[in-house]
Design a binder for this molecule. Sequence first.
Ligand code: BES
Ligand code: MN
Ligand code: ZN
Length: 476
Amino acid sequence: MMDISVVSGKLLSHRADLLAVLMREGAALPEMNLGGLVARCAREEEFKGGENAVLSLHTHGKIGAPRLALIGIGREKDADRTLEQLRNAASRAVKLAKAAGAKTLAISSPVSGEREVQALAEGASLGAYVFDRYKKEKKPLKLERVQILARKALAKAASQGAEIAGAVNLARDLVNEPPGRVTPRALADAARKMARAHGLRCEVLSRAQIRKLGMNLFLAVSQGSAQEPQLVRISYEARGTPIALVGKAITFDSGGLSIKTAQGMENMKVDMAGAAAVIAAMRLVAALKPPFPVRAYFGACENLPSGTAYKPGDVIAGKNGTSVEVLNTDAEGRLVLADVLAWAVEEKPAAVIDLATLTGAILVALGPWTTGLFSNDDALAAEISDAARIAGEPLWRMPLTPEMEELIKSPVADLKNTGGRYGGSINAALFLQHFVGKTPWAHLDIAGPASVDKERGYNPRGGTGAGVRLSAPRAR
Ligand code: BES
Ligand code: MN
Ligand code: ZN
């Protein structure tokens, strides 16, 4: 584990294997000039501090650090954008340190308040993440220490940033693990392990108990698989009314009998990213101890075709009694979520928030990196939007168009599980809304940002941990 701390060192004399100096575009070069070398290199390389620009030099003993990297963070836009610029730059600094084989990295930033130091710590830890468990050739991380040069009083902000990034990295691991390993039982075990390590309660319910709860929609999705479904509830106790988090936990989505194409299921191990995010968020809840109870729920299963699989045409009523005509077994997430949401709202939470890789259509609507937010409550939607903006998670609110209800009406049941191609993410959200009653509810469709197909800033290829940072309490 890489240690991240705050030290109040001096730029010129501070000893570290690599000193990374973050710089705004067009700002004056840092105080050390190494006999004019910094200015000359900057001129020759046309380094002006633009976002992602880097100028690396050896200092030949002229300052405390043998290597210096100037990292551009671009021009100032707004406070949230600054945080994102810092996360990216800190991640960049860590990658440079790794490439140089550095054991210690010091980072100096032109802006370093509480939130900025937190963002630097987040970026450093997020950028250091690699998933190489299954590679013969591993590159062990030589980097032992990241020191953020700032006032000592900001130590807490740095440790909070490291804590948050640690939780994001846990979610990334769970998503990146292959689906043959992260079975429903393994995902439940991961929740139990996290809960035990952090003093939370965790209950795991078996198929028989799921049946007793009347969750026939959840059971229907799971019935094509040889793996037993697992219903999980993680609780953090405090006084007051709880907040409920619900995660989609399809450990592999083949589409079932409405089977996907080969290409369409290449990355369908990602379909438990919502559950990974709520497990990680609960780890943060345990660490940051909010003054209200928080409960997380997920129903884990596989969606597979087989002789026992549920079928297009099946009509099933789940926990809250609403009957559903299944037209497409690949619209399975909303079926499982329906039952789990219905269960969560029975406990009368102040709000319920679900995170789900629910629809391909959200990628069509918002592109590959943006979460779609749907909510029946403007205040809740505003709180989540603010949190996402500060956390640097792109998010856009989508409508719950009431006129589109007719698209999910069934001739034989109360609802059908698909509403056609147009507005696919909206009709999926409208479907979920039938299972939350009057509880303030927000649905985050993370099908896009849950994973990326190539490295992007502080996100490595694969699972990103989308939804974790926006769930974390932070300095304001
Ligand atoms: N898990 C998928 C959605 C998904 C797509 C997640 C791409 C991540 C990346 C979901 O279960 C699904 O298959 N949705 C269908 C719904 C359709 C059958 C109504 C879809 O999006 O095509
Ligand atoms: Mn599906
Ligand atoms: Zn799915």
